[in-house]
Design a protein around this ligand. Sequence first.
Ligand SMILES: Nc1ncnc2c1ncn2[C@@H]1O[C@H](COP(=O)(O)OP(=O)(O)OP(=O)(O)O)[C@@H](O)[C@H]1O
Ligand SMILES: Nc1nc2c(c(=O)[nH]1)N[C@H]1C(S)=C(S)[C@@H](COP(=O)(O)O)O[C@H]1N2
Length: 166
Amino acid sequence: MRVGRLTVSDRASAGLYEDRSGPEIERIVRQSLQLTCEFLTAVVPDDVDRIRTRIQTWADQDGCDLILTTGGTGITPRDVTPEATRPLLEKELPGFGEAMRLHSLPRVPTAILSRATAGIRGRCLIINLPGKPSAIAECLDILRMAILEALAHLRGLDPHDTRPAT
Ligand SMILES: Nc1ncnc2c1ncn2[C@@H]1O[C@H](COP(=O)(O)OP(=O)(O)OP(=O)(O)O)[C@@H](O)[C@H]1O
Ligand SMILES: Nc1nc2c(c(=O)[nH]1)N[C@H]1C(S)=C(S)[C@@H](COP(=O)(O)O)O[C@H]1N2
């Protein structure tokens, strides 16, 4: 299983603070999703072309099964991750963003400020996550079963096969 994790942050990419969200994605994927996987990693500024090129390369050329982005899903002019992601999707999966926002809402009333989306490109599942490190676990927790089911479908495996994805 090959997973791309992309941190989208002007400040982290400029070295103004250490990216903690990217490593948090890796921790959660390994522990919570229990996926044995190889990670491709990158930190880019909030730039549509940089985000889109990275996602497209990982999905089309590098054989990623799953791409998780973090950051840039908000409402400021520099928050462009959904705009960069959506045109790449062959099938959008709006339920992923809806689930993240609804699940987070009771504890984080500002969760609905995230415009995160998700979808399929080829055999790759692409999901936007909010940028805050604390948001990673909150959001991936509610998406866990849907991610595993989607990965099984995309890899042509019997989605009801309980064997862990290799
Ligand atoms: N990748 C990250 N690593 C560490 N802290 C982060 C990260 N992303 C966000 N944060 C924290 O959450 C706060 C709010 O995140 P915010 O959405 O403003 O950042 P961002 O838009 O993702 O990054 P930037 O503003 O640099 O483009 C940040 O001020 C920072 O403290
Ligand atoms: N679970 C969770 N969702 C969250 C948050 C959070 O802290 N936890 N932050 C909210 C806030 S304050 C914003 S501005 C939006 C967008 O954040 P981003 O621009 O870093 O993607 O995510 C929202 N969703």
